[in-house]
Design a protein around this ligand. Structure first.
Ligand code: PHE
Length: 527
């Protein structure tokens, strides 16, 4: 309002430092006052009520030490004030003076006070030699504090700068003229076109606020990665840096054949029960399987072969053709291993798209002793991280679907030591340094190992994964040469994620009880 009224009376403002702001007695010389004025100028010019030009000046401000002098007086004045006037009391000894004003003030102040002729020696002590003094340092600093400069000129300013009592600071002031929409009062422009304005016709005369195309706008909510996806990315990076290629795992639906039979899981195995596996009702049955391979698998189950006695239990084709939601990603590994063995079966290798989606797998000969003749086998390191389904009773740590992390390595003459070594490196990269292995049982691996990790927060060993060397009953029907071994391991993605984020109920991580805010604010993971 001060700006508008001044413009109304004088038509221009040559220097905004001459304005007197509301509540102030003197002109708006200080930097802070000019910053406040700039805010008002911007707001008025956005309404086209004024236009203004900016001018730069160098001004001065007191340093902290200078500000202290403004408040308490200069060192020399404080020394002077602490002494009795000559002939009017006991002189004060240098030690007493130090006690009264402090070491620093006494030291610096005495010199200047002597030089100014304010104090004198008397015996062993000091006295005032001038009955009154003018504390010019303080007066100058006061003037600088309120005006940014000194009327007395540059020499005094330079002296104060040298004494580190003031510093230079860039400042601004402004000159102002009327704009096309000048008025002495600010009309609040409309920001919205409303139904009422349209109905009454008032829109025709209303003043509307101009669009500000420079405005940054309200920040939009970006998407946020779920903690499971963050951990998945880190684990994926571990596999990739270890030279693994990612397997395609997009088919959640598998046949009993690929989920179980190909893995030498007997048809009577409890995992295949309705209580454990979700079966599809429509369609319920898969397309007919590949005759040759299917025949070999059914034979090894029912009657044995490849050095095995088999299960010698009835085999039913229907069972293997049942469609189900895969219970483990080892079903996908079985598909990939079968594909890997294609060249060993003498099939021409198709350049199927989507075979490996990431990374590189070794396609050169194995360093584990090539056979005399190329039997078509090429070593491979494969991994996947995807969803599996189990008909579980749900509780704090179990859901009917979760994610499995799985790695398989195929090469000639691999041993259990290779598997253990691999897992040590792998878990170490996940930040799990202490691991232990315990003999276990899987229908498709022999030997099998459960992996335990020491959990420092829980102060106990927790199971983190399952692993083993795939059985010849699984590998040989696929067509792998006898010296090819495949080992693999699997773990859940949820377990390390929950440990990582300190979550103890799976429902806080997955499902309708998850807090979106928690997901947005969950930190990134670095193993
Ligand atoms: N499929 C196993 C599981 O679901 C994990 C595993 C993968 C074990 C590969 C051995 C080899 O727990």
């Amino acid at each position: 309002q001060v700006i508008l009224d001044t413009l109304d009376a004088e038509s221009t403002i040559k220097d905004t430092r001459a304005l007197v702001l509301p509540g102030e007695t003197g002109p708006a010389i200080s930097n802070d006052a000019q910053i406040a004025i700039l805010g008002a100028l911007n707001s008025l010019s956005s309404r086209d009520m004024i236009s203004y030009a900016t001018h730069e000046v160098i001004s001065h401000v007191p340093t902290p030490e200078g500000s202290q002098i403004v408040e308490q007086g200069s060192n020399e004045a404080r020394v002077w004030a602490a002494l009795p006037l000559k002939g009017q009391g006991e002189p004060i000894t240098p030690n007493q003076l130090k006690k009264a004003v402090g070491d620093e003030v006494a030291k610096v102040g005495q010199g200047r006070a002597f030089k100014n002729g304010w104090i004198a020696k008397e015996g062993d002590g000091l006295v005032k030699s001038a009955p009154e003094i003018k504390d010019i340092t303080r007066d100058d600093l006061l003037e600088i504090k309120s005006t940014g400069t000194l009327k007395s000129g540059e020499k005094a300013l330079a002296d104060l700068r040298k004494r580190k009592l003031i510093v230079q600071k860039k400042g601004q002031w402004f000159s102002v003229t009327k704009g096309p929409s000048f008025s002495t009062s600010i009309a609040k422009p409309e920001t919205d076109l409303t139904v009422e304005m349209l109905a009454s016709g008032s829109w025709k005369t209303s003043a509307f606020k101009k669009y500000n195309f420079e405005a940054e706008g309200i920040p939009t909510n970006g998407g946020a990665l779920h903690p499971l996806l963050k951990v998945r990315e880190e684990i994926r990076n571990i596999f990739l840096e270890m030279g693994f290629a990612e397997m395609p795992t997009q088919s959640f639906v598998e046949s009993g054949f690929w989920c179980f039979d190909a893995l030498f899981v007997p048809q009577q195995h409890p995992a295949r029960d309705l209580q454990d596996t979700f079966y599809l009702s429509d369609p319920a049955i898969s397309l007919p399987p590949k005759k040759d391979y299917y025949g070999l698998v059914s034979k090894v189950h029912e009657h044995g072969g490849f050095g095995s006695t088999g299960y010698r239990a009835p085999w039913v084709e229907e069972e293997s053709r049942k469609l189900l939601l895969r219970t483990h990603t080892t079903a996908s590994s079985a598909h990939m291993l079968y594909k890997l063995a294609a060249a060993c079966r003498g099939e021409k290798i198709s350049s199927d798209k989507g075979e490996y989606t990431h990374g590189a797998s070794s396609t050169t000969g194995s360093d584990r002793g090539d056979p005399a003749q190329d039997d078509g086998f090429r070593p491979a390191k494969l991994f996947s991280i995807d969803r599996v389904f189990r008909n579980e009773t749900m509780d704090a740590t179990h859901l009917a679907e979760f994610h499995q992390v799985e790695g398989v390595v195929a090469d000639r003459n691999l041993t259990l030591a290779d598997l253990i070594g691999f897992m040590r490196v792998f878990f170490d990269k996940m930040g799990i340094e202490q691991v232990r292995f315990k003999p276990a049982y899987n229908p498709y691996t022999e030997p099998s190992l459960e992996i335990f990790a020491f959990h420092p927060m829980l102060n106990r060993w927790v199971e983190v994964g399952n692993s083993g060397m795939f059985r010849p009953e699984m590998l040989e029907p696929m067509g792998f040469p006898k010296d090819v071994r495949v080992h693999g391991w699997g773990l859940s993605l949820e377990r390390p994620t929950m440990i990582r984020y300190g979550i103890n109920n799976i429902r806080t991580l997955v499902g309708h009880k998850v807090s979106i805010e928690g997901i947005e604010n969950s930190p990134a993971v670095r193993f």
